[in-house]
Design a protein around this ligand. Structure first.
Ligand code: AMP
Length: 451
């Protein structure tokens, strides 16, 4: 496994619109929650590809002037999630390259499980790598393929990689979108108001730019976009759906439809299930904002316990998880969440969050609420214990840092100093997303990996 991977990220592709790079910019803005470390866009005017990428949020990286230099009717974009110890601009996407057929730019969400083998084989044959990203493997595989056409080279290349990938390729005149056979990471297809097309990690991007959702790109499917043609579909792999359940638990935005279902409804269902199987007497249901909000609403509705905003979130602090060191993470939790003292004093609270990873957030929250005068704090988690790391694109720490891989639920409850702690069961989680067990990847809760 390579150390730096294309973790949880957002990808977008716009095809057939005079202001393609602007639409990519707005799409990336609505997908900012999928990665806050770096952002980038490549656009093609039919003759030349131009790329701008940098560290920072989408609004920090781009302004009117920069966008106006990215002219052309097609564009691909990316927001990148940080990985521990790595802040190199080299690892921002799109990855751009010139090769014998011209120019190409690639954006990638997910990560490849055979990246090291492929890279070692390429290096042995003389390839030189500039970054740690698996996406660079693809560039080399395409450039080195003996096939004449780009399409055939892409097909060649994706057959040599394994793992999770939702990819968008841009050449000077065409765009290609592809999902791995398992469909780990989402990728949806939409129609722009002018008849052009958009592909994006989540449908919330479509809503912002006024695009209409057509369908998901299927697992194993490659879509080809050419001017004045409907997208052409080629089934490269037989689909073996293993969609990432964690998209529903934490990652996707509640107003998105992911894998054919509303994320908001799925999370509310998780809260309802949690109330049914792990009831508790309390004065109010309090969400850990923002992740715990829909599940807390579901819990409150099912239990009849009033829903209250007992914790305020400061929105001007990034996600706590993005800081590489433990010390910084602790500080960021304190900066981010504060208790509503008058509301919770002397009260018993059911506090709902989506997941516990290292345990830092829950421990801090329970302490904070107790210090503010809460009588009892009952933690309810709207997913099963996170026991195993993800190798398919969600940024989870090593197994030894996952609290649930080392401690029982009782021990975790003691560690976070809660009066009680309960998680959702795997069955209840799958019921919440209306899923058949086989079609979802639940490895982060079960350790059952597919590839
Ligand atoms: P921790 O403090 O390590 O237990 O982290 C738990 C918090 O991080 C929860 O409030 C989750 O909403 C959030 N979280 C869970 N998974 C992730 C992830 N992959 N990236 C960022 N935040 C996450």
């Amino acid at each position: 496994m390579l150390e730096n991977m294309n973790e949880k990220c957002a990808v977008v592709g716009i095809f057939g619109h005079e202001e393609a790079s602007k639409l990519a910019y707005f799409s990336l803005h609505s997908l900012q929650h999928r990665g806050q470390e770096a952002a980038g866009i490549s656009a093609s005017d039919g003759k030349k590809l131009r790329t701008i990428k940098d560290r920072g949020l989408v609004t920090q990286v781009f302004d009117q002037e920069k966008l106006s230099t990215l002219s052309g009717r097609s564009a691909v974009g990316h927001t990148r999630y940080s990985t521990a110890g790595d802040d190199s601009i080299l690892d921002a996407q799109p990855v751009f390259a010139r090769y014998d057929l011209g120019e190409m730019a690639i954006v990638h969400n997910g990560n490849l499980t055979n990246a090291k083998e492929v890279r070692d084989a390429l290096i042995e044959k003389g390839a030189i790598f500039q970054t740690f990203m698996d996406t660079e493997n693809l560039i080399h595989l395409i450039a080195k393929s003996s096939k004449e056409k780009l399409l055939d080279r892409i097909i060649d290349a994706v057959q040599r990689i394994e793992g999770a990938f939702s990819l968008v390729f841009l050449s000077r005149t065409k765009m290609f979108a592809m999902r791995d056979r398992f469909g780990f990471r989402p990728l949806s297809l939409g129609r722009l108001q002018n008849g052009g097309y958009v592909v994006a990690s989540e449908t919330c991007a479509f809503d912002l730019i006024g695009a209409e959702f057509i369908r998901d790109v299927e697992p194993g499917e490659l879509l080809i976009f050419e001017e004045d043609k409907a997208p052409q579909s080629i089934k490269i792999f037989k689909p073996e759906p293993k969609r990432c359940i964690f998209e529903y638990v934490y990652f996707a935005r509640p107003d998105s439809n992911v894998f054919g279902q509303s994320v908001y409804e799925a999370r509310k269902n998780m809260g309802r299930e949690l109330a049914a199987i792990k009831p508790v007497e309390a004065d109010m249901v309090v969400p850990v904002p923002d992740g715990g909000v829909p599940a807390a609403i579901g819990y409150a509705q099912a239990s009849g316990i009033p829903y209250e905003m007992g914790i305020m979130r400061n929105h001007y602090v990034g996600r706590t998880f993005i800081e590489p060191t433990q010390e910084m993470r602790d500080l960021k939790v304190k900066m981010k969440l504060s208790p509503m003292v008058d509301l919770i004093k002397g009260k018993s609270l059911v506090v709902v969050d989506d997941s516990i990873v290292r345990g830092t957030t829950s421990r801090r929250i329970v302490r904070m609420l107790k210090e503010a005068g809460a009588k009892e704090v009952h933690m309810r988690i709207s997913s099963p214990p996170t026991t195993d790391p993800c190798f398919y694109g969600v940024d989870t720490p090593d197994k030894e840092k996952l609290i649930a891989s080392n401690m029982s639920v009782e021990e975790i409850c003691e560690y976070i100093e809660a009066d009680s702690l309960a998680y959702l069961s795997e069955d209840a989680l799958l019921r919440s997303v209306n899923a058949q067990n086989e079609s979802y990847c639940t490895a982060c809760f079960t350790g059952k990996y597919i590839v």
